[in-house]
Design a protein around this ligand. Structure first.
Ligand code: KG4
Ligand code: ZN
Length: 336
């Protein structure tokens, strides 16, 4: 069965074709980063318009590359939420229309379920059950995963998502958007020890996170400095604090679940320091960490096509009427 995957929840247009026998056949991504950079963050209306411009040309490229015609399509999966309402509606409208024209089923996918299942696209895929750390621009959560659609939330951010903390800190330090890669790059030049920021909520039990205080601490330390070395030192200390906090909570989560597998996914899981520290922690805990390949850590169509296949193969279909769910909690999902 061949499934088309469409991702348009935020500022990336992702299109991919997944084949249940042959795996991923083709995938393309158009990032709107340059469009939004001038504004220091995503402008929702501009994002929607750019998805409209880019989705169909990308679809044509992907279908040509995979030498796939409409008659070979088995289904369409699109991101139905959470995300920006207008951006989501573009993907939903295109996905539903294609499915209607091709006479195949369509299914709306939860964006974070896409991230959560993305390491299973790799040849060395984790089996169930596992503990998942989902870290993106909109979410920071830890979940115990028993199977597709069987997610128990262990902890989540009470305020800013960790990706959001990276983005806001980068903006504060004048490092541009998106903040995660910018902070990571500048932090490499930073000198350890000059600044120290708190590891929020690690001094008490529980697996929830809070990142807004960290941002405030950075603002306090930075003042109005424009000294490049000081900014690097602050970026270094911020990254250390954010990564440390995530790793401490992951260790606790593994202790709590008894799982030997930890999945890390979402944009922030591309962070190299986080990957190195999680690997050290897992080794000491007798566990293993699984990631999607770096290009699938951030938003992409492949994870949506894959999650779509897992749900469509179980016979899940939906009525023709469609909408978007800008807010949608992952534990509301059911088994397919
Ligand atoms: O998953 P994603 O592409 O989109 C959402 O679903 O939000 O995640 C985007 C987030 C942004 O906040 C970005 O700054 C962060 O992931 N990010 C990183 C890195 N690459 C992307 N954060 C830290 N280090 C990185 N290397
Ligand atoms: Zn995402």
């Amino acid at each position: 069965m061949r499934i088309l995957g469409l991702e348009t929840s935020c500022d990336d247009t992702g299109v991919a074709l997944f084949d249940s026998d042959r795996g991923l056949l083709a995938h393309r991504l158009y990032s709107q980063v340059d469009l939004h950079a001038a504004y220091g963050g995503v402008v929702p209306e501009l994002a929607s318009r750019d998805h409209i411009r880019k989705a169909l040309p990308l679809l044509k490229l992907v279908m040509d590359e995979a030498a796939t015609g409409p008659e070979q399509m088995g289904g369409v999966a699109y991101t139905a939420g959470p995300g920006l309402a207008g951006a989501l509606l573009v993907g939903a409208a295109i996905g539903r229309s294609l499915a209607l024209a091709w006479n195949v089923p369509a299914i709306g996918i939860h964006h974070m379920e896409g991230h959560l299942l993305s390491p299973m696209l790799e040849s060395d895929a984790p089996g169930f059950p596992f503990t998942a750390l989902l870290v993106s621009g909109g979410h920071t959560l830890l979940a115990a995963v028993r199977g597709v659609g069987e997610y128990d939330i262990l902890g989540e951010s009470l305020d800013d998502a960790v990706g959001e903390a990276f983005d806001k800190t980068a903006k504060l330090l004048g490092l541009g958007y998106p903040g995660g890669p910018a902070i990571a790059r500048v932090a490499e030049r930073g000198r350890p020890g000059r600044f120290h920021f708190p590891r929020p909520m690690t001094d008490r039990p529980g697996l929830d996170f809070s990142f807004s205080g960290l941002k405030t601490a950075v603002a306090h330390a930075a003042g109005s400095t424009s000294d490049a070395l000081t900014i690097s030192d602050i970026a270094h200390a911020f990254q250390e604090a954010a990564v440390d906090t995530l790793v401490i909570k992951c260790r606790r989560a593994l202790e709590q679940t008894g799982h030997e597998r930890l999945v890390a996914a979402g944009g922030v899981s591309a962070n190299r320091l986080l990957r190195a520290r999680l690997a050290d922690m897992a080794r000491a805990a007798g566990a293993r960490v699984y990631y999607p390949r770096p290009e699938f850590c951030t938003d992409n169509g492949a994870m949506i096509a894959y999650a779509g296949w897992l749900r469509l193969r179980a016979g899940r279909t939906e009525p023709l009427a469609f909408g978007a769910r800008p807010r949608w909690r992952i534990e509301e999902l059911e088994k397919p």
